[in-house]
Design a binder for this molecule. Sequence first.
Ligand SMILES: O=C(COP(=O)(O)O)[C@@H](O)[C@H](O)[C@H](O)[C@H](O)COP(=O)(O)O
Ligand SMILES: [Mn+2]
Ligand SMILES: [Mn+2]
Length: 345
Amino acid sequence: MDNVIGLEIIEVVEQAAIASARLMGKGEKDEADRVAVEAMRERMNKIHMRGRIVIGEGERDDAPMLYIGEQVGICTREDAKEICNLDELIEIDIAVDPCEGTNLVAYGQNGSMAVLAISEKGGLFAAPDFYMNKLAAPAAAKNHVDIRKTPTQNLHIISDCLGRSIEDLVVVVMDRDRHKGLINEIRQAGARVRLISDGDVSAAISCAFSGSNIHALMGIGAAPEGVISAAAMRCLGGHFQGQLIYDPAVVKTGLIGESKESNIARLKEMGITDPDKIYNAEELASGETVLFAACGITPGTLMDGVRFFGGGARTESLVISSQSKTARFVDTIHMFDQPKSLQLN
Ligand SMILES: O=C(COP(=O)(O)O)[C@@H](O)[C@H](O)[C@H](O)[C@H](O)COP(=O)(O)O
Ligand SMILES: [Mn+2]
Ligand SMILES: [Mn+2]
């Protein structure tokens, strides 16, 4: 799977990022999302594969989306039998967020990207469009930190595992009312907090890279983004845990369901009988082979954003594979017309 589609999925996220980046700073959140979705769909449908979207974020806020259950790839077409050897092709599941950080794109802020994760059928947790409490930390702290422990305890553990004082730790938290207590506790413990308005996938994955100056992600974001983050962290060996949040009172924004009880019932219908289960990266992305790809739309901690120049654009992507155990940063020049010159950097 890695060899067959590894290179193609880079182009999928690149195309989505380029499309969305054209709307950077235009204040049009939905449009930035829509063009990314369309570009992603169009490029995915040119890949020789039998894909199925299992996470197509967007349901929560009526944003444009690649639909859950949507079939993608050449070999899902009606005439697939004539073009593809269906007996040999493995079926793959895909989790997408074509524009992760739509607000960031709309307002020209850092940290947005086009992102997806792939595994064989059943290899990714089909997360409901709920919220998720998340804990991400570097590989050195994997299985030492635990989302059941207090933030203070986890900070002491990360500090020991990394051999740096708590004062030298930076924790990313989404800037939301629901995190007031969490933010206070992290500050009281002595660590520093980086508040982000959006984009917790990038923050989670950054924990796995020393030099990112991000040592943990704590707090509640969206569950689909949790699965995508987990896919990358599973490949990178970083720590990731997630627990679904079904009580609107905890989230405060009240966007999920009408009540705690109706949400538990909804989860049950989806086959989730233990709504309080704590999932680790290996459970959220359990497939034998997991692939992750992201391309920066606006500049971020891990990747630069799309840079347009006369007749072309330059992008930076990150492709991670559990099979080849690689994390590749891919720097690409895209030639739309005949550019007068190609930008070296
Ligand atoms: O910031 C985010 C928005 O993602 P998108 O809609 O694809 O632009 C995500 O990284 C967050 O995980 C999440 O969606 C968010 O925390 C949930 O939204 P909110 O209710 O504003 O906290
Ligand atoms: Mn998102
Ligand atoms: Mn999105």
